[in-house]
Design a protein around this ligand. Structure first.
Ligand code: SF4
Length: 179
């Protein structure tokens, strides 16, 4: 009998989805991976309920809002191993560029000063922004870091393949920040 598949959940927090596009850039290797892992929760699949127990959680993006914090805590609670995917997840990167500015100034810039039609700061239906953007390991423990903006598909494949094979991945062998 073949080994059971590992289960994988992914989410993007305050990110541009580019890290998830890199995941898809594994191209035909995704077919091989599909024999060995199941994506049980992700923007890439229809299932939208995080299972009680997941082997590997992958988070893209930084912690910028109450919603991001909630997601990160849920992943940490339900995933045996948690991966920070990409520079935004690991350092704050692009989302953290707002950190030197007051939150009010950031919201005004985005929703009032640069908007021609019905400028207004949204207060309903969107999670409240934190004053400072934080990396994921600033709010929950992270087990594996895959840097890059976005990380190369080869690096993502390397990490997943090592985990499938029961080895501890060392992404520093195949990655660097910003590339
Ligand atoms: S690390 Fe780069 S590609 Fe990934 S979410 Fe951030 S800006 Fe986008």
């Amino acid at each position: 009998m073949s080994d059971p598949k590992i289960t994988v959940a992914t989410a993007w927090l305050d990110g541009c989805s580019g890290c998830h596009m890199s995941f898809l850039d594994m191209d035909e290797r995704l077919v091989d991976l599909a024999q060995k892992l199941d994506i049980v929760y992700s923007p890439l699949v229809d299932t939208k309920v995080l299972p009680e127990q997941v082997d590997v959680g992958i988070l893209e993006g930084s912690i910028s809002s109450e919603g991001d914090l909630h997601h990160a805590k849920e992943f940490r609670k339900h995933c045996k191993l948690l991966i920070s995917l990409g520079d935004c997840a690991i350092t704050g990167n692009v989302p953290a560029m707002r950190n030197p500015f007051k939150l009010e100034a950031v919201l005004n810039r985005a929703y009032v000063e640069t908007v021609d039609v019905q400028p207004q700061i949204p207060t309903v239906g969107v999670p409240a922004l934190f004053r400072q953007v934080r990396p994921i390991h600033g709010v929950v423990e992270v087990d594996v870091f895959i840097p890059g903006c976005p990380p190369h598909a080869d690096a993502i494949f390397y990490v997943l393949n090592e985990l499938i094979e029961g080895r501890t991945p060392d992404p520093s062998k195949v990655t660097r920040f910003g590339a």
